[in-house]
Design a protein around this ligand. Structure first.
Ligand SMILES: [Zn+2]
Ligand SMILES: [Zn+2]
Length: 270
């Protein structure tokens, strides 16, 4: 029986609380069998002086953070599977830097995200007014265009919060089924998994990422899934999993995928 939580953040990222060991202990308590430590990669795409410490750890902290993940993975071996991971931003124009950085570490999996578009942090509550200033559907289209480029880059094993622009409850004015389908086809061809994240339940939209209709399209294509919480505090590990498991089962998923050293392996959903 396997239950993953493949998206967690520790105090090091500047906007979460808790240490790695607190997260792993919380996972044990919550009945999670496979936990990924996936703090944000430093803001490699911004000039060193412009890297806001509220969004990610500093570059010079990352090696110590990585070593600690390796230690924690060993420490808990036999009790729970701990995965060494990172949540890395896809930023158009910075692909080579990202590829070079990721190649320096031996991650179990890399979680790919689009949080920034043209310097706008699209999931920042302080910048959410931007959704009122242009057509929401255009924002979604730009977002999915970025996700498609991220998939094509070939460095991400799992896509995080697949329909993130819905976070504040701004929904597109038109049907975007076609662009979503095109994006899912690409993910399928590239062998990229997509997380089912309860993070959205704790946000104004109050909905799991991705939406049920998208999850059904994923299942049709056989796109592998992981379960995750995007926990920013140890007590959020596995949060909302009753809803998440119900959603996943309603979409007729009976398997998850787990990652070890970038190798996916299908397992029965617990
Ligand atoms: Zn994220
Ligand atoms: Zn995250």
């Amino acid at each position: 029986m396997t239950i993953t939580d493949y998206h967690t953040h520790t105090f090091r990222c500047g906007h979460a609380v808790g240490t790695m060991r607190e997260y792993v202990d919380a996972a044990l308590q919550a009945g999670i069998t496979d936990i990924g430590l996936s703090d944000h990669l430093w803001l490699y795409f911004a000039p060193a002086g412009d890297r806001d410490p509220r969004w990610a750890m500093a570059e010079d902290q990352f090696d110590a953070h990585y070593s600690e993940m390796l230690e924690v993975r060993e420490e808990y071996r036999g009790r729970i599977d701990v995965r060494v991971s990172v949540e890395a931003d896809y930023i158009a124009g910075h692909e080579d830097e990202l590829r070079a950085i990721l190649s320096r570490y031996d991650f179990d999996y890399v979680l790919g995200s689009v949080h920034f578009m043209d310097g706008w942090l699209i999931d920042d509550p302080d910048q959410a007014h931007r959704y009122r200033e242009e057509r929401v559907a255009e924002i979604y289209r730009r977002y999915f265009a970025n996700i498609q480029r991220a998939i094509r880059l070939g460095v991400f094993d799992i896509l995080a919060h697949f329909d993130l622009p819905k976070k504040f409850g701004f929904l597109p004015e038109e049907d975007l089924t076609a662009v979503v389908a095109e994006t899912l086809d690409l993910a399928k061809d590239a062998g990229v998994a997509i997380e089912v994240s309860t993070g959205g339940l704790r946000k104004p939209v109050a909905e799991i990422y991705p939406a049920p209709a998208i999850l059904r399209e994923m299942k049709k294509r056989g796109i592998p899934i992981v379960l995750s919480s995007d926990a920013h505090a140890p007590e959020e590990v596995g949060a909302g999993y009753t809803e998440s498991l119900a959603l996943v089962r309603a979409a007729r998923y009976d398997e998850l995928v787990v990652f070890e050293r970038r190798q996916p392996r299908k397992v029965k959903l617990g």
